[in-house]
Design a protein around this ligand. Structure first.
Ligand code: FES
Ligand code: FE2
Length: 284
C-alpha cells in the first residue's frame, strides 16, 4: 500500500527519498530513525531500543491513492471535506501489456512545461531536425473546455494545401497536468506533469501502441518509440521550455495568438485554481 510523506526527515532534514524500507517501515538514510506507515517514529538507534521518540518526531503524511497506473498524492493540506476528483481524462488508455513508460525531471517551471506539451505549431521549427518543415500552418484548430478538461484538435498542413489535410493531432489536458495525446490512430500517449518545486517538473510519459499487439513485443515496441521520443524529440522541447523567459509562463508573459488557444484556456483554469486555493494547490 502506498504512503506519502514530506521528504524531509523530522530529525535533521535528510531526504527520506534516499532511505529504504525495512520490515514495512521507512528508514532514514542519515541516522537510521524508523517510521511506521502512519508516520510515527518507532526507533532512534542512537538512543537505544527502549527510547520513546517525542510526538514531534513524526512524519507529515498526505493522502495518496493508486489509479490509472500512477500514484496520486494530495498536498493541499488538511482537506475540508472530500478530496478533489483525480484530473483523469475519460477515455484515456489504461496501462496494458502493449504500453510502456518513462520518467524525466526537467529544470523548467511547470507552467512552461505545460505550455510546451499543448503546443502544436512548434513542430516544423523546434523539431526541424525530424519533422517536415513545410507543415507550418495550424488550421483548422479547435479548442473547447469541458469541466476541467481542455480539448484541442488541430491539423498541421502546408500553407498551400487545403484545410483539413496534413497531420492531425488531438491533445486533451485534464487540469492541471494530465495529458492524453493522440498521435496516430494506433499511437496514443498519456503524460502526467507535476511540479517538484518552483523550478523543476517531473514528467511521466506512457505510450500505448497498436502496431504490434503481441505479448512482450508490444511492450518493447512502445518502449522503443518512447526511447526515440525522449532521446531525439523531447530534448528539443526541453531546450525551448527551459530557456524561455521569463521562467514562468502566464497570460501576461507573452503575446498569444490563435494557435495558442489551448494554452490560453489552460492558463485561465490555472489562474482560477490559484485564486480559489491560494498557493497550496499547484506551484507555478
Ligand atoms: S536526519 Fe533522519 S535520522 Fe537523522
Ligand atoms: Fe515538441
Amino acid at each position: 500500500m502506498a504512503r506519502c510523506a514530506d521528504a524531509g526527515c523530522p530529525h535533521r532534514g535528510a531526504n527520506l527519498g534516499l532511505g529504504r524500507v525495512v520490515g514495512g517501515e521507512l528508514e532514514c538514510p542519515y541516522h537510521g530513525f524508523r517510521f511506521e506507515g502512519g508516520g510515527a517514529c518507532t526507533l532512534m538507534p542512537c538512543e537505544g531500543r527502549d527510547a520513546k521518540p517525542s510526538r514531534a518526531m513524526c512524519l507529515r503524511m498526505h493522502p495518496v491513492r493508486e489509479a490509472h497506473g500512477f500514484l496520486w498524492a494530495y498536498l493541499g493540506g488538511q482537506a475540508r471535506g472530500p478530496l478533489p476528483e483525480l484530473p483523469w481524462i475519460p477515455g484515456a488508455p489504461e496501462p496494458d501489456p502493449h504500453s510502456a513508460s518513462v520518467e524525466a525531471v526537467w529544470n523548467a517551471r511547470f507552467t512552461r512545461v505545460m505550455e510546451g506539451m499543448m503546443d502544436l505549431h512548434h513542430f516544423p521549427f523546434a523539431h526541424r531536425r525530424y519533422a517536415p518543415t513545410a507543415y507550418t500552418r495550424l488550421e483548422p484548430y479547435e479548442v473547447r473546455v469541458e469541466g476541467g478538461i481542455v480539448r484541442s484538435t488541430g491539423w498541421l498542413r502546408k500553407e498551400s494545401s487545403p484545410s483539413g489535410t496534413g497531420f492531425r493531432f488531438d491533445i486533451h489536458v485534464g487540469y492541471p497536468g494530465v495529458l492524453h495525446l493522440g498521435f496516430t490512430p494506433r499511437l496514443q500517449g498519456v503524460v502526467v506533469c507535476t511540479p517538484i518545486d518552483s523550478e523543476h517538473t517531473w514528467i511521466s510519459a506512457r505510450y500505448h501502441q497498436g502496431y504490434l499487439p503481441v505479448p512482450g513485443l508490444g511492450w518493447l515496441t512502445a518502449r522503443l518509440l518512447l526511447a526515440l521520443e525522449f532521446q531525439l524529440v523531447q530534448p528539443d522541447d526541453y531546450r525551448m521550455v527551459s530557456t524561455s523567459l521569463p521562467r514562468s509562463g502566464s497570460l501576461e508573459h507573452g503575446v498569444m495568438v490563435r494557435a495558442d488557444r489551448a494554452i490560453v484556456a489552460w492558463h485561465r483554469l490555472h489562474e482560477e485554481a490559484l485564486g480559489a486555493h491560494g498557493d497550496t494547490a499547484v506551484a507555478s
